[in-house]
Design a protein around this ligand. Structure first.
Ligand code: NCD
Length: 432
């Protein structure tokens, strides 16, 4: 990293540091994934494609256990003692509410102490410190770095930095990407998948596993099955700049027989980007790109065929003046949900949104919030549970959670067969 090629002499040290990792960054993801693991366990979390379908199932089961243990004082006490010897740095130099707070809450559930740097103007970066020096300093004081940056490849580069430090016998800690430029947001896709997993169990809280809604829904939709495979997913809005869309679409592509429909303006900034389109096509995924909900795909208007709809915000804070002018000519009202559109959706199809929604644009008006398909607030809460499961897995205490859960459940079940939450155990009915 210290050598400075002549042609790079105009670059800042931050830019040179990123270039240093370029040859590793350009490799195919399947070559990188083993480097982000230790002994078959997740270590660094950088891309959504790191998660296999089995890992997603396992994390969801762990999240369900954390969720249920958290309802009881004894469960809370157990969880909070699991990682109370660990410290996490939340290095968030881009705005964040949910991701930041849900990571912080997830840390608190497991007893991890959190510290934060959110405004680089209060850090030594204003004195000329590079981001890589900052990260290495964080790794001296903390056991985990959770980071969000406008730089697409910074988190990935930091994972390589940590691996190099490990090889040279220095202190090295896991890196978790909490949003990197317009590129990836792997932990958002975890909570999106977790919400879909719970929704597509088609069960109601408090009912017995036998009283599944699936039977009732099959009267209307005879082909309906549980699980994420074989379903049609719609993504609407700012597809081009939506890192949550990129991470989630890449994960959904791992499920058999899915169909993805992108509803976005036909504009190079806002529409599906070539790299993601090619990646999905290479995996043999059926994709369609349309400009509005009423377009016909396979003989049916898009809005009527979706099994789930993922709405997004138009990220106008990234507009250049020329783009702002160009977008003013586009009819963006097509990328807003209305009561009429929701009424035409399948009765079980969840509406998701990574949030924040834009009150001025109004992609999801508040009148939709009470619709049973509006899943976005539960989706955000799911983020806390699945992130706790992820942290437990990264620190290798996931098996302790399972053991304690099984032991507790057998006791609770033994002492109170009618316990209100006893029926809502894993594989039983869980509301999203
Ligand atoms: C999103 C993000 O920051 O990528 N929000 C989130 O993390 N939940 C989406 C957005 O800002 O529109």
């Amino acid at each position: 990293m210290s050598s400075q090629p002549a042609e790079n002499c105009e670059l800042t040290q931050d830019e040179r540091d990123l270039l240093f990792y370029e040859s590793r960054i350009v490799r195919p993801v399947k070559m990188k994934v083993p480097e982000f693991k230790r002994n078959e366990h997740l270590r660094h979390v950088i891309f959504s494609r790191q998660f296999s379908v089995d890992t997603l199932e396992y994390l969801a089961e762990t999240a369900d256990k954390v969720r249920m243990l958290s309802k009881q004082r004894s469960g809370q006490d157990f969880l909070i003692n699991l990682l109370h010897h660990k410290r996490a740095m939340l290095y968030f130099t881009q705005p964040s509410t949910r991701t930041f707070l849900s990571f912080m809450s997830a840390c608190q559930i497991l007893g991890i102490t959190c510290n934060e740097v959110r405004d680089p103007s209060t850090s030594s970066e204003t004195k000329g410190e590079t981001r890589f020096d900052s990260i290495r300093m964080f790794s001296s004081y903390f056991d985990l770095i959770i980071m969000r940056s406008k730089l697409a490849k910074l988190a990935e580069s930091c994972a390589y930095l940590m691996n190099d430090l490990e090889v040279s016998g220095n202190r090295s800690v896991p890196i978790i990407n909490a949003g990197s430029g317009a590129d990836e947001h792997p932990t958002q896709s975890l909570l999106d998948i977790y919400t879909l997993q719970r929704t597509f169990q088609f069960t109601e809280a408090g009912s017995s596993p036998m009283a599944s809604r699936l039977h009732e829904l099959r009267q209307l939709h005879p082909e309906l099955t549980t699980g994420l495979a074989g379903k049609t997913y719609g993504f609407c809005g700012d597809i081009g700049r939506g890192r949550t869309v990129r991470s989630l679409a890449s994960l959904l592509a791992k499920y058999e027989g899915v169909k993805l429909i992108f509803i976005a303006p036909d504009d190079p900034t806002l529409a599906l980007r070539d790299d993601l389109r090619h990646r999905l096509q290479d995996r043999g995924i059926a994709i369609s790109e349309v400009e509005h909900f009423d377009e016909i795909v396979d003989g049916v208007p898009v809005i009527e065929q979706l099994d789930a709809l993922y709405m997004t915000r138009i990220q106008k804070e990234h507009d250049s003046p020329a783009e702002a002018e160009k977008f003013a000519q586009i009819d963006l009202s097509r990328y807003k949900l209305t009561r009429g559109l929701v009424d035409r959706m399948k009765v079980y199809a969840p509406i998701l949104h990574p949030f924040p929604r834009d009150q001025h644009f109004g992609e999801i008006p508040p009148e939709i919030d009470n619709d049973p398909r509006a899943m976005y607030f539960r989706q955000a809460r799911n983020g806390m549970w699945i992130r706790a499961a992820l942290l437990a897995s990264v620190f290798g205490v996931d098996h302790q959670i399972s053991r304690f859960f099984e032991q507790q459940y057998s006791e609770w079940h033994h002492y109170n067969e009618d316990d209100v939450w006893a029926p809502s155990l894993p594989k039983g009915p869980l509301r999203p």
